[in-house]
Design a protein around this ligand. Structure first.
Ligand SMILES: Cc1ncc(COP(=O)(O)O)c(C=O)c1O
Length: 398
């Protein structure tokens, strides 16, 4: 593993044969992140969140690293079917679906021997799974999505996910689910997005950061209590809950402390997009991004790249822009941001040549792979492979 910090020169050299624009994957940094994430999870099994990767090669590499990495957290039944066909197994679909055809495709893979968990938070979704499972003569495994948002007086802290917010809600749903003959509730997932996906060291948020830190530490105990009592209540009512999933990159340390949790989900930390630079308790290495061509130079200190408007999803703000990474000392023009077909950048460094690359990091992890069909993979300073993204596989799920 090459632990040297990449420089503009080293990346420029390593990728000199690539046609711009391209997506890059730095395997030395990826491997370091894989090791660091395993250490952070301290022997707790880790399920790989595919949404934050969207590249089979990378998921296979992580799974092959050590047996602490087990199974995939997928985001759509068609994706689960696709991954099953590519040799993956133990697929937890983290989002409910009402699409009978898609669920049927995933159920077909169950029939051929794969383990797939279907997410539900209402009877409507459970009935669709039951009906498709029945049509194929199988039993399907269900996972219940437990909402992890926390209501503080005057403040909703979390994201809107599931209507199941208490042990009582969960038991009520379970009692109805067990009337369906072709499904079995065996799993619970609770995603504490406000801990896992929210940094406490955000740039320019000097007032908010300490408040977020305090809210997080207050919410963690409510989350643990809710997950623990819900799993216990479901078991008490006869559900054989064998899998309890929680967390994400930013919450590994708190999620694994919960006795009820059997595994933690991690996705973003492997690529370490720049949104994950802003946490006080860990720092992973930039392992993926994209490179654009400098196509022209309209003024002395302004270079214009071709393409670049790969804005991340979520509430729109400046943080959602990709971050110019190498060379250093590049910044956006306020009025233009990252453009659809061109992105002018201010530069305070040494002269750059037209035709040279600028390396960027995406704000989020998996969304990068929706923009490119391949990633150029470097290891020890040279390109060793070109790997397909989901897009390169011809796949697009949501
Ligand atoms: C339900 C759920 N849990 C966990 C994760 C993992 O989060 P992260 O990508 O921040 O590691 C994700 C996102 O990928 C998710 O959708």
């Amino acid at each position: 593993m090459n632990n040297a910090r990449p420089t503009y020169k080293s990346y420029q050299q390593a990728f000199s044969e690539e046609q711009l624009p391209f997506a890059w994957l730095d395997v030395d940094n990826l491997d370091q992140n894989i090791q660091d994430i395993a250490l952070r999870a301290n022997n707790t099994p880790i399920r790989i969140a595919s949404k934050s990767i969207r590249c089979r090669w990378v998921m296979e590499r992580i799974l092959n690293t050590n047996s602490q990495f087990r199974g995939i957290m997928s985001f759509h039944p068609m994706e689960a079917a696709f991954l099953a066909d590519q040799g993956f197994d133990d697929l937890l679909i983290a989002y409910p679906s009402m699409q009978a055809n898609a669920i049927n495709e995933a159920c077909k893979r169950v029939k051929s021997g794969k383990t797939i968990y279907f997410m539900v938070d209402s009877m409507a979704q459970a009935r669709v799974v039951n009906s498709e499972a029945k049509s194929l003569g199988i039993n399907a495994l269900l996972c219940m999505d437990l909402d992890m948002s926390v209501d503080f007086p005057g403040l909703y802290f979390g994201v809107y996910r599931s209507p199941i917010r208490s042990a009582e809600n969960a038991v009520n749903l379970y009692k109805q689910i067990r009337t369906l003959p072709h499904v079995e509730l065996c799993s619970v997932m609770g995603y504490e997005a406000q801990i896992a996906g929210l940094g406490d060291r955000l740039p320019g948020k000097h007032l908010e950061n300490p408040i977020v830190k305090r809210l997080k530490s207050k919410a963690i105990s409510t989350i643990a209590e809710r997950r623990g009592t819900t799993v216990a209540a479901l078991k008490q009512h006869g559900a054989d809950i064998r899998l309890v999933n929680g967390g994400g990159t930013g919450s590994i340390e708190s999620t694994i402390l919960e006795a009820a949790v059997t595994e933690v989900a991690v996705g973003s930390g492997f690529f370490a997009p720049h949104l994950f630079d802003y946490y006080s308790h860990f720092q992973h290495k930039p392992a993926a991004g994209f490179a654009l061509e400098i196509a022209r130079q309209p003024r002395k200190n302004i270079y214009t790249c071709s393409g670049g408007g790969y804005i991340a999803s979520g509430a729109p703000d400046e943080l959602k822009l990709p971050k110019p990474y190498l060379p250093k000392r590049l910044s956006y023009i306020q009025n233009e941001g990252a453009g659809e077909v061109q992105t002018p950048l201010k530069y305070k460094g040494k002269l750059l040549e037209i035709g040279s690359p600028v390396f960027f990091r995406h704000c989020k992890a998996g969304e990068l792979c929706e923009r490119f069909t391949k990633m150029a993979v470097i290891q020890n300073g040279s390109v060793i492979d070109h790997i397909n993204t989901y897009r390169g596989d011809g796949q697009c799920f949501v």
